[in-house]
Design a protein around this ligand. Structure first.
Ligand SMILES: C[S@@+](CC[C@H](N)C(=O)[O-])C[C@H]1O[C@@H](n2cnc3c(N)ncnc32)[C@H](O)[C@@H]1O
Length: 388
């Protein structure tokens, strides 16, 4: 990893403090902690974790770029989908999980205001206090006239939520377990302390996670030595966020695959990825707290968890098809041709969002609904639910 740029001395201090805290927890646990716990600490330890400390994460000057940071067209397309849902419900709220820099909220609300279809409230549930503050500053700067509708919440809303729930690149930021299948049984990767750094410790897994891996190994015919990840927290998370939804849709957008592609022989080392200053690599022990750690999303698991939570799976498609069906073309045309420079910029951004070699096919969108009688936009071009 010597080719990666070195962090500033101040950032290195933060990373050292987080590493000390993780080492203490490892010692207290008797020598190792599950990888999911290590990932959780790296991303969310208050004041020190990647999402909880102050460094710039999103956008060109950060570690990675998400769709709302690439183009306002992303939020405007989502606004088109929200409008159809809000109109069919004759009102309602929007709840965004993990709002990052706040850019999606700004673009989406701006477009809904322009088309006179604002939600009653725009709720944001963000687990990072630092990001919440950034979001507040960004919305104050960009949309002061709508700030009274935006509410940051610490817990899920009361029962009876009607409207749209959104999460862009939130599932990939949830802590996962990492396992190895040896042909007969599952081993779970733990993290131990080795000198100055951390190291993998493979342990037999006879608990629920081990049983889940055995079942995966049988259904996906995993070969001995196969390594991958499992988001064991997903069913409980989906159950909890689905509970207050009385009527409406949950749109989840992320990079991932249906299960048979996720656990395909081609992915025999898993999907764990780290992002540091626009570079992707696979070493989660590098600079704890200073880099993002993610895993792809198993959308079959999302669909199963949704059904268990009494939601309907109403659509599943690629980001490209979703955005095009939500009117990307029309939004682009609105921008041109009077201002050709602006139009060219937006056209370039649209390509990044939809081209297969960029985000278009790697990212997927799934719609989970309850009590909806209107078709949710986004899935009219291609609906790949049969692949889940
Ligand atoms: C990869 S960032 C994506 C940010 C933003 N949605 C975007 O597209 O630019 C992940 C975000 O999810 C938040 N997050 C992770 N787990 C969460 C959870 N369980 N509830 C709410 N926010 C969460 C993180 O703090 C962060 O804001």
């Amino acid at each position: 990893m010597s080719e990666l740029p070195a962090p500033s001395p101040q950032a290195q201090q933060l990373s050292a403090a987080l590493s000390d805290a993780i080492r203490e927890e490892i010692t207290a646990a008797g020598g190792s902690i599950p990888f999911s716990r290590y990932m959780e600490l790296c991303l969310y330890t208050p004041g020190l974790g990647y999402y909880s400390a102050g460094q710039r994460k999103f956008g060109a000057g950060g570690d990675f770029v998400t769709a709302p940071e690439i183009s306002p067209l992303f939020g405007r397309c989502l606004a088109n989908a929200c409008r159809v849902v809000l109109e069919s419900l004759q009102g309602g709220d929007i709840l965004e999980f993990g709002a990052g820099s706040g850019q999606l909220a700004i673009d989406l609300l701006g477009e809904l205001q322009r088309t006179a279809c604002l939600p009653g409230r725009y709720l944001i549930l963000e687990r990072s206090a630092e990001l919440r503050q950034r979001q507040q500053q960004a919305l104050q700067r960009e949309l002061p006239q709508l700030l009274d509708r935006v509410l940051w919440i610490d817990t899920l809303p009361e029962d009876g939520f009607r409207g749209v729930m959104l999460a862009n690149e939130v599932l990939d930021a949830m802590a996962v377990e990492r396992f190895q299948w040896d042909g007969k049984a599952a081993g779970l990767f733990h993290v131990g302390a080795g000198g100055d750094t951390f190291e993998w410790r493979l342990q037999p897994s006879r608990d629920e996670t081990g049983v889940a891996v055995e079942s995966l190994a049988a259904s996906c015919q995993l070969s001995p030595g196969y390594i991958s990840e499992l988001n064991v927290a997903l069913p409980a998370w989906l159950q909890s966020v689905a509970a207050p939804l009385q009527q409406g849709v949950m749109l989840l957008i992320d990079y991932g695959y249906p299960r048979h592609e996720y656990y395909h022989p081609q992915h025999s080392s898993g999907t764990l990825m780290c992002h540091y200053r626009q570079r992707a690599h696979d070493d989660p022990f590098l600079w704890p707290g200073l880099q993002d750690i993610t895993a792809h999303v198993d959308f079959t698991a999302v669909a199963e968890a949704a059904l268990a939570a009494d939601l309907e799976v109403s659509g599943y498609t690629t980001q490209a098809c979703f955005l095009l069906d939500c009117g990307l073309d029309g939004l682009l045309q609105q921008a041109g041709p009077t201002d050709s420079t602006h139009y060219m910029q937006l056209a370039q951004q649209a390509k990044t969002l939809i081209l297969p070699g960029e985000m278009g096919e790697r990212f997927k969108c799934i719609a989970l609904t309850r009590g909806m009688t209107t078709t949710v936009p986004g899935f009219g071009l291609q609906d790949y639910r049969n692949r889940l």
